[in-house]
Design a protein around this ligand. Structure first.
Ligand SMILES: [Mg+2]
Length: 105
């Protein structure tokens, strides 16, 4: 799926609710909540905090998608074309980081 499809699908799904999108700072809080869920998984898998006995770890892919959904909702609410913004971001990274990282030979 493309960003355009993500944005269309999120718009279609959220159109059944009112308000369709939360206020930006509420969406930001949701992003932080999802990021925390991702951090919890990574900390359990790679960090110093092993899962508690019987603790069921959530699915990392699912939590990443929850975060992407919040990002897409923010973009939709703010009328941002993510395909266009992505390309601008990649162009900027390409220019800015040309000499920054070790390249494969
Ligand atoms: Mg989640």
């Amino acid at each position: 799926m493309s960003f355009e499809e993500y944005q269309r699908q999120a718009a279609e799904w959220t159109s059944q609710f009112t308000p369709q999108y939360w206020e930006p700072h509420h969406i930001l809080a949701q992003m932080q909540e999802e990021l925390g869920e991702i951090a919890r998984i990574l900390n359990r898998v790679y960090g110093p905090k092993p899962p508690k006995e019987g603790e069921q770890l959530r699915d990392l892919g699912g939590e990443l998608c929850d975060l992407v959904f919040a990002v897409v909702c923010m973009a939709n609410r703010e009328s941002i074309d993510l395909s266009e913004a992505w390309q601008q971001s990649m162009d900027r990274k390409t220019r800015r980081d040309r000499e920054r990282f070790n390249r494969k030979d």
